[in-house]
Design a protein around this ligand. Structure first.
Ligand SMILES: [Zn+2]
Length: 272
């Protein structure tokens, strides 16, 4: 019996899975690929309503965890782990602890492919950058002999970073305006990967309905995302029709050809 194909996403906040990777995840689920998700924070500081109505980090974290569970179900994610790190402070978490938590879940779920943010964190978000580093380090820990982790070592075959293109940033900015995240007194804007660095383009056009359904489960965030509900189809497709990645690590590297499948090189001898 061949092992089933498995994809694990390692992300920072509830909604990273739907907004950034929803099309890829829905497509993989449709192909029968087993999906798991590790989300490092509960989005405890992501209140979008009036300041005096902010329920506080504990209550908001519980609410957003429930929203994430609902979105994960829509996308076909069968295993979800929400870790308890503080939203907005992931880069100050203990690296030994976070990489252990992720590596343990890698050993448990045994994904062949792992997906996370790139070193740019899309727009320099420190949590996204931190989880990219933790996920990458956790891959190494999971594969090495390490009794502290429990379970058997597991070597992931491919690691991908989300790599946004200029076209995608333009499409987002046309809807939401230019987003300038302030970190340590300096602005950080979205960083476009050059086209030649995009190794993998996933056609997600068929899954727009599922993606919107998943985004909509993040009800506490809809103040920001409601605009998406009225988007003309052409604009929606510019934002969600294709998801682009950079293959950061691979044991089955197929050269310079652009992949249309994150499991390229891993399906040989399988059906579908
Ligand atoms: Zn995020």
């Amino acid at each position: 019996m061949l092992e089933p194909l498995r994809l694990m996403c390692v992300l920072a906040h509830p909604d990273d899975e739907s907004l950034g990777n929803g099309g890829t995840l829905a497509k993989c689920a449709d192909e029968g690929i087993e999906l798991s998700l590790v989300t490092a924070t509960r989005g405890q500081r992501g209140w979008k309503g009036p300041k005096d109505e902010d329920p506080g980090p504990d209550a908001l974290g519980a609410l957003r965890t429930a929203e994430l569970e609902a979105a994960a179900a829509v996308l076909g994610i069968s295993r979800l782990w929400v870790l308890d790190h503080m939203d907005g402070a992931l880069d100050q978490a203990d690296p030994q602890r976070v990489t252990l938590e992720i590596a343990q879940r890698i050993r448990e779920a045994k994904p062949q492919v792992v997906l996370t943010f790139g070193p740019d964190g899309i727009y320099g978000h420190p949590d996204h950058i931190a989880i990219s580093q933790f996920a990458t380090a956790a891959l190494v820990r999971a594969a090495a002999p390490d009794d502290a982790l429990g379970g058997e070592p597991h070597a992931v075959s491919k690691l991908y970073y989300a790599a946004v293109t200029r076209e995608l940033i333009d499409a987002y900015e046309a809807v939401f305006g230019v987003f300038d995240k302030h970190v340590d007194g300096r602005g950080r804007r979205a960083f476009a990967w050059p086209d030649w660095a995009v190794t993998s383009r996933i056609d997600a056009r068929r899954f727009g309905g599922t993606v919107w359904e998943a985004i909509r489960e993040h009800r506490s965030q809809l103040r920001d995302y409601q605009k998406l509900a009225e988007l003309p189809e052409e604009q929606w497709l510019r934002m969600f029709g294709e998801q682009t990645y950079y293959r950061a690590f691979s044991l089955v590297n197929g050269g310079r050809g652009v992949e249309d499948d994150l499991f390229a090189g891993l399906r040989e001898g399988r059906h579908g």
